[in-house]
Structures are given as structure tokens and as C-alpha cells.
Design a protein around this ligand. Structure first.
Ligand code: ATP
Length: 595
């Protein structure tokens, strides 16, 4: 396929925010693609070169790209000027390429007969080269492959390629839209859940696309978890009381301590172990001690397990608050951190062992396999668990969990259908935290989409942030509050470093907002926020029109807890449907609509 076909599709996608329209545009593209090329086309249409769990990420520096865009010093200078004005490197490339020169209308059209002949394959191999040279070699060597491609590209192609190498694709084709498009192109609406499952157990949209294009639904149904391919994690619903949890679970369930650490999915191979965070980063080098313990204590040849890594006090053996384990996320000083802050992994699930996909087995079978599969030790242990059959038993267990410094409990279904539902938040797992007793709502993890300049003591800094939740229904971000409380001086000073990498001149296409901040950000940074309550709001766009015409849901008296959720992608932040559920839970508790 020619890259120009892909660029035209991306241009059409950019012009719409309607998910159905986007789906049809993508489905048309996927149908016409050669199945052997579809994998790459899917990656490229999301601005990627590999699946998300692949460590290499393309993100060429602005300066290098601007140098590649301009064919002369004068053009480079012009590109730099435009870049400062427009802030979108793709549009800069497009404009430079369309500049009329010396009596010709379009520079590209007149002087390059082979314009628009670049293939998707050529783009991929250039991108691999760019990745290989990243960080090493001279500047001119690093942008050579980009320069060569740009010479043969139309302005439109240049727009998307430059955005892509800059790591800022901007097109809102989210994972869910791609899955919809695959169902539309190669299967039926009814097949959509099975296609999503294949994605959830492999985290690789390109692989899923290639599989369905080549082998249809039979091949999709055969997709299994495998060591080396992270699995999307299963998530929990919430209920406001232990009584309701036990009732909802049918009068009996397993209940485990809810530890406050970092969730880790361990892929234990015959000789190697890889640890992934829930946003699919490779954490192996952050927890070398855990990786080593897992391999040496595992009785299976291969396994995929999950657990929470928690820091423990080396003197007392007590669990330490979450902040302590975050030292392990730093790139430097890991050896010191391993020595000074021991970490214990509390294992709570097993997804695979020696050729057997366990995700469709019930909870108690998986728990047994996990218990039997490891020789427990100081650094790896099972989560504390018991089966409860009444509210009293549940409450007693919850009190013990809090006394043991846990943040609450996780109730887990033990019914026959208590499978591991990859990538799914459902009532097979229900969380209950000690915070629920103090406020009507759980904490929220919200994406930063804008900032307001501060005044008074905060003059010259960002003083408040516009925060959004993720709407899974349409793959867009909807605002829920303006956040200006809970920031200490260090955080206020560090905000530009944290946020400016995602700065955009305009409202990002995937954000729905009525409030207009001073600056916009692509949704990327996620902050934990607590609040007094959820209310109907005329200016926020989450669940707009659902509870009242012209009103959305807003979060009142939001306060930053100090925790940057760098373990979450923006799409993993609290969803609009979760906020709606919390709102309903809260109105049901206070017996009337709150406003
Ligand atoms: P939270 O911010 O409350 O941790 P979350 O959105 O990160 O919520 P949830 O599904 O709501 O995720 O809560 C589950 C999380 O709790 C898991 O991702 C895991 O990190 C942690 N956890 C701690 N103990 C357990 C346990 N025993 N079983 C499962 N998950 C546990």
C-alpha cells in the first residue's frame, strides 16, 4: 500500500470526531490492505511502530525534524519560525512543502516526478532505522532516513510522518475504534467481544488485525495468552459497603487484603523473567530481586502471574506506604534502592502455566495453582485471603486488613464463572477501601487536559488544571473539574516539566470541553484526586445530558492527593461510566438528587 492512501485516511479521520464515521473510514482502509501489511498499517494509523509493550518508542527531537523538513538553511529557518507560531510539527512540514517557489505553484509537484510513491513498507523500514540510530551517531545521520522519505512525499504525507516521528500523532483513532473497524471489515458486530478479548490477552492490535485478516474468527477464537505478551489486567468494581458486596456475590466470596503498591504482571520464561506494569512498561530492571525470586522459586517451566509489589520496612517487616515503592521506578540508584527498601510481592493471580491458558478457569482453581506453583519466601508471598459467608465475617476481615496497613479489601467471586476477565472492570472483583467510610466517593485518577495561569502567589506558574475522565463509549476525554488544591510548592514548580511535553496550541481533538483553559495538553499525565462529591454541572462534559439536559457531571472540591499515577495511561484513568456509577451510588445513599 502507498503511504499516501494511509495519509488520506488519517486526514479524513482528523476531520471527524464521530466514532461511527471513524470506524467506517478505517474499515474501508483495512479491507483494501494486503493482509501481510495490515499489522504495520494498524500500528502506523495509531502513530506507532510496535505494540505498546515494546520498549522502543519513536520520539525524534523537534530540532532534528525541522532540519529534515527544510531543504536549505533558509527553509530550516522558516520552518523554525512556523514551529514557534503553530506548535504542530506536521503542519509545519505540510506548509513548507506547499510553499510556492520561483514561478512554480507547488514546489513538490513540479520538481519531483516520483512524489507520493512512498510505500508503507518503506516508511516502516525508515522508522526502524530512526529507532536504531536514536541516541547515537551524528544529528545528520539520525535524520537522514526522514529526509530521504520527505523528499518523495506530498505535503499531506509529510504532515503525518513528521507528527509520527515526533511522537505526537493527534488522530483520535483509539484502540476501541480500531477494534470496531476490524469487526466491520472482517466479521460481524456479534464477533466484536471475541475480537476485543484477543486484544486484551495479547495487547497487540497489529497482531489481532493480521490474525483476523488471514484466519477470520476461527483464528481469533484460538488466540491464547503467552509468555512475553502482556495481558490487559482485570479490574474491580466498587460498592459502598461490605454488606452489599457479600449480597452481590451471592452470600459467599473470597476476600483478600488490598495492598497499596505497584501492580506487576510477571512473565516467567524458562530462563528469563519480565515484569510489566499495568501500562505495559517493562519494570524488570526496577525489581531485579523480585524477578530473581520468582524464577528461582517457581515450580513451573513457564508462568504468567500477577501481584502487588509493596515496600517493607527492613527493620520491622511492616508494609510501608505506596510512596516508598515508587523509589524503585527511578532509573538510577536501583542497587541502593534494592538494598535500602526491600520489596515484597503479594501474588494474587495466575493466568498461564506450562502451555495452559488459565484465564478461563474459576478463581479457586487459579488460586490453588498459584499456591502450589511457588515456594513462598520473604520476597514472594500469597495475598492474605479467606472465604467469607456473612457481612460480619467480611467486616472483621476488613478491620484486620486496615490494621495490617492495607488500603482495604478486594472481594472476589468464587462462582463457576469467576474467570480472569482480561481488560475488564466488573463485579467478579469488588474493591472496598477505608476511604469509602470517610467520603461518599472513591479517589479519582484524572487526566490533565489544560492549565490556567496562576495569580498572586502562583503568578508565572500554572495555578490550576483542567481535569478529564475517559469515556469508553466514544473513546474521548470529558472534563469533570478544575483542580487547584493540594499542590505543594515543589509540585507547582515541577508542573511545566511534567506537562509541557504534551502542550498543544488548540484543544486536542479527543477532548470534549466547554471550559477553556489558558493552555491545552494532550491527555497523558494522570493525577489522583479526592473530592467531596459528584454533582450535576452545567460546564463539565462528562455524561453530558444523561442525568439532565444541558448538564454533565462535575467533581466538587477536588484536591490532589500528591500521587502522580505514572503507572496509568490516560485511557486507564477513571471512566465516565465509573463516575456515573459513583454518582448514582451517592444519590442513592443520600436519598435524592444532589446538585
Ligand atoms: P486503585 O486506585 O483503587 O488501586 P485501580 O483503578 O488502580 O484502583 P482497581 O481495579 O480499582 O484498580 O483496584 C485494583 C488494584 O488494586 C489492582 O490494580 C492492584 O494494583 C491492587 N491490588 C492490591 N491488592 C490486590 C489484590 N489482593 N487483588 C487484586 N488487586 C489488588
Amino acid at each position: 500500500m502507498l503511504y499516501s492512501e494511509l495519509a488520506e485516511t488519517l486526514d479524513r479521520l482528523e476531520a471527524t470526531s464521530k466514532r461511527l464515521e471513524m470506524t467506517t473510514i478505517l474499515a474501508d482502509l483495512f479491507r483494501t490492505a494486503d493482509p501481510d501489511e495490515l499489522k504495520d498499517i494498524v500500528y502506523l494509523s495509531q502513530g506507532k511502530v510496535h505494540p505498546d509493550f515494546f520498549p522502543q518508542k519513536i520520539g525524534m527531537a523537534d530540532k532534528l525534524i525541522l532540519d529534515a523538513i527544510g531543504k536549505s538553511d533558509e527553509e530550516v529557518r522558516k520552518a523554525e519560525e512556523l514551529w514557534v507560531k503553530i506548535g504542530d510539527i506536521g503542519v509545519v512540514a505540510e506548509r513548507i512543502k506547499t510553499r510556492p517557489v520561483q514561478g512554480t505553484l507547488f514546489q513538490f509537484g513540479s520538481e519531483k516526478p516520483e512524489m507520493g510513491t512512498v510505500t508503507v513498507k518503506e516508511v516502516m523500514s525508515a522508522l526502524y532505522k530512526i529507532e536504531e540510530t536514536a541516541g547515537k551517531g551524528s544529528a545528520s545521520k539520525k535524520n537522514e532516513p526522514l529526509k530521504m522519505l520527505l523528499k518523495r512525499m506530498t505535503p499531506l504525507e509529510a504532515r503525518f510522518l513528521c507528527r509520527m516521528v515526533n511522537g505526537k500523532m493527534r488522530v483520535g483513532a483509539g484502540d476501541m475504534t480500531i477494534l470496531d473497524a476490524l469487526a466491520e471489515a472482517f466479521a460481524t458486530k456479534e464477533d466484536r467481544p471475541a475480537i476485543e478479548r484477543a486484544f486484551n490477552v495479547t495487547c497487540d492490535l497489529g497482531f489481532v488485525a493480521e490474525t483476523i485478516a488471514k484466519g477470520g474468527m476461527d483464528a481469533i477464537d484460538d488466540v491464547k495468552v503467552s509468555v512475553g505478551n502482556p495481558v490487559k489486567v482485570m479490574l474491580a468494581e466498587r460498592l459502598p459497603s461490605v454488606e452489599e458486596i457479600v449480597e452481590r456475590m451471592g452470600g459467599e466470596c473470597a476476600i483478600e487484603y488490598k495492598y497499596d503498591g505497584i501492580r506487576v504482571q510477571a512473565h516467567i520464561g524458562k530462563d528469563t523473567v519480565k515484569l510489566y506494569s499495568r501500562r505495559l512498561e517493562d519494570l524488570t530492571s526496577n525489581f531485579p530481586d523480585i524477578a530473581e525470586a520468582l524464577r528461582s522459586r517457581c515450580r513451573f517451566g513457564e508462568a504468567i502471574i500477577e501481584g502487588e509489589c509493596v515496600a517493607v520496612d527492613p527493620d520491622t517487616g511492616y508494609m510501608l506506604p505506596f510512596q516508598n515503592v515508587t523509589h524503585r521506578r527511578k532509573k538510577h540508584g536501583i542497587d541502593d534502592a534494592v538494598r535500602d527498601i526491600p520489596v515484597r510481592m503479594f501474588m494474587f493471580d495466575i493466568l498461564y502455566k506450562d502451555g495452559e491458558d488459565l484465564t478461563l478457569r474459576p478463581y479457586l482453581d487459579r488460586r490453588r495453582a498459584l499456591e502450589n506453583g511457588f515456594e513462598m519466601g520473604d520476597s514472594i508471598q500469597m495475598t492474605t485471603m479467606r472465604i467469607v459467608r456473612s457481612e460480619e465475617e467480611g467486616r472483621e476481615f476488613f478491620d484486620n486488613a486496615v490494621a495490617a496497613r492495607c488500603e482495604g479489601v478486594m472481594a472476589k467471586s468464587i462462582a463457576d464463572n469467576s474467570v480472569y476477565r482480561a481488560g475488564n472492570r466488573g463485579f467478579l472483583w469488588i474493591k472496598y477501601k477505608k476511604d469509602y467510610q470517610e467520603s461518599l466517593t472513591d479517589s479519582f485518577d484524572l487526566a490533565v487536559v489544560g492549565a490556567f495561569y496562576g495569580m498572586g502567589k502562583r503568578a508565572g506558574k500554572y495555578g490550576a488544571l483542567l481535569m478529564a475522565s475517559y469515556d469508553q463509549e466514544n473513546g474521548r476525554f470529558a472534563t469533570v473539574c478544575k483542580l487547584g488544591t493540594g499542590f505543594d510548592d515543589a509540585f507547582l514548580d515541577g508542573m511545566p516539566d511534567l506537562l509541557n511535553g504534551t502542550l498543544t496550541k488548540e484543544r486536542p481533538q479527543i477532548v470534549d470541553a466547554e471550559m477553556v483553559p489558558d493552555v491545552w495538553f494532550e491527555p497523558h499525565v494522570v493525577l489522583e484526586v479526592v473530592a467531596a462529591e459528584i454533582t450535576l454541572s452545567p460546564i463539565h462534559t462528562a455524561a453530558k445530558g444523561v442525568y439532565r439536559e444541558d448538564s454533565g457531571l462535575g467533581i466538587r472540591f477536588p484536591r490532589f492527593t500528591g500521587r502522580v499515577r505514572d503507572d496509568k495511561e490516560a485511557e486507564q484513568c477513571t471512566t465516565v461510566s465509573e463516575i456515573s456509577e459513583m454518582y448514582e451510588m451517592q444519590t442513592h445513599d443520600s436519598d435524592g438528587l444532589s446538585e
